[in-house]
Ligand binder design. Structure first.
Ligand SMILES: NC(=O)c1ccc[n+]([C@@H]2O[C@H](COP(=O)([O-])OP(=O)(O)OC[C@H]3O[C@@H](n4cnc5c(N)ncnc54)[C@H](OP(=O)(O)O)[C@@H]3O)[C@@H](O)[C@H]2O)c1
Length: 374
């Protein structure tokens, strides 16, 4: 959990415990990454010395009005609107409704084709570009070359009518050539085209791969984390390394509503399951980005006006079943680092040849899929 501004620092034992538990689970079978026990102990002691938790600022309670201070100092609003599917007039109006309600972070990707709607939604809400924090993502097929990655950002900037993005993310490790592309993102940041850079759908082995390659770690990892999929070992790793956890699909796309103890809790508290799911995420210090096209739900998803007490947080901790709603994106956090570090993995490695999903025409040939899926 991120520390609230004036909290005392977490106890030194906490990371040790979290890390030991994560190691016991093998980090997806890659325990050897930590080397011998003696080396691990030494690393752990040094890392405990360096541990600086991210800090939440502003607001009476985590949520709208609060900011997470990222590792390099940028302030990121704590609650965002996911914009996947917010296309056309309805999409623009939903974005404007969220901004009028107080949201100040919008998440998109060149792939979603909603960047122009975001620019229009900001105008509709009467705000200026600089008042809104925009995160967008590299087109996955652009990983084929550095020139295409630059082109992807250029196109996003054109769509957004802006000369910078606030946060630029690698969309998915499966896009490949991660070491080169990540180094380029760091360079684009240093050129002033992105205020911060990060990744999405990365697991610990992939983050460790970057670290062992001597590269700076991302400031943000956008992953599927919600009440039913809590990934404690990944979030502990984030906490340890000052990486903000941005939670995509924080409602599990609504697919678990009515199917767990959260429904009972919601009834007892007179709140919706969506409100509980988002408040849990905010109180964990995460940055949830629920998507809705409906203005009533956009307001509801601010999950404001109540707090969950420790007993209720503990009860939600019991819901973790590993349920995954983004079945195309989320499993990629387990792709072997060696497969994605320097080359582009064949789509068979991550199920990219499954029929009937994704954008564009499915032709059956992997090369064509590669062009149309991402
Ligand atoms: N990096 C990645 O690979 C990745 C992958 C997936 C998503 N994302 C990001 O995360 C954002 C959110 O994820 P998501 O859209 O997949 O899932 P989500 O936010 O968990 O759920 C969205 C679904 O829940 C419904 N909903 C929203 N608020 C509700 C409420 N209060 N009560 C009941 N239903 C509600 C929405 O319907 P209505 O719109 O009709 O309200 C929509 O069907 C995306 O928009 C995108 O920005 C990133």
């Amino acid at each position: 959990m991120a520390a609230v501004a004036d909290d005392s620092p977490p106890s030194r034992g906490r990371w040790g415990r979290a890390r030991r538990e994560a190691c016991a689970q093998g980090y997806g079978g890659r325990r050897s990454r930590w080397g011998s026990d003696a080396k691990a102990e030494k690393t752990s002691a040094q890392e405990e010395e360096d541990f600086r938790p991210l800090v939440l600022e502003g607001g009476p309670r985590p949520g709208v009005g609060c900011f997470l201070r990222l590792r390099r100092g940028l302030r990121m609003p704590q609650l965002g609107l996911g914009s996947g599917g917010l296309e056309g007039r309805e999409g623009r109006e939903a974005i404007a409704a969220a901004l009028r309600a107080g949201y100040r972070l919008i998440d998109t990707a060149l792939y979603y084709r909603t960047e122009k709607e975001i620019a229009a939604g900001i105008r509709l809400a009467g705000l200026s570009r600089s008042e809104v924090f925009i995160s967008t993502k590299v087109l996955q097929k652009a990983h084929a070359s550095n020139a295409q990655v630059r082109e992807s950002l250029k196109e996003s900037l054109k769509n957004l009518g802006s000369n910078y993005v606030d946060l630029y993310l690698i969309h998915n490790p499966r896009a490949g050539r991660i070491k080169e592309v990540w180094a380029l993102l760091l360079q684009l940041r240093d050129e002033g085209l992105a205020r911060a850079v990060g990744v999405s759908n990365f697991g610990i082995a992939q983050l460790e791969g970057l670290r062992e390659a001597g590269l700076e770690l991302p400031e943000v990892n956008q992953i599927e984390v919600h009440c039913w999929r809590q990934l404690p070992e990944v979030t502990a790793y984030h906490e340890r390394h000052g990486i903000a956890t941005m939670t995509m699909a924080p409602l599990a796309r609504g697919r678990m509503f009515g199917h767990s103890d959260l429904a009972k809790m919601a009834e007892e508290l007179g709140r919706s399951e969506a409100e509980l799911a988002i408040r849990w995420s905010l109180q964990k210090g995460f940055v949830p980005i629920p998507k809705s096209i409906n203005s009533r739900r956009i307001l509801q998803n601010m999950a404001d006006g109540f707090d969950l007490n420790q007993r209720q947080m503990d009860r939600i901790a019991q819901l973790d079943s590993g349920y995954m709603s983004c079945t195309m994106a989320s499993p990629c956090h387990e792709l072997a680092w060696e497969l994605v570090a320097d080359s582009i993995p064949h789509p068979d490695a991550w199920g990219g040849n499954r029929k009937g999903k994704g954008r564009g025409k499915h032709t059956g040939s992997w090369t064509d899929d590669y062009q149309t899926w991402w």
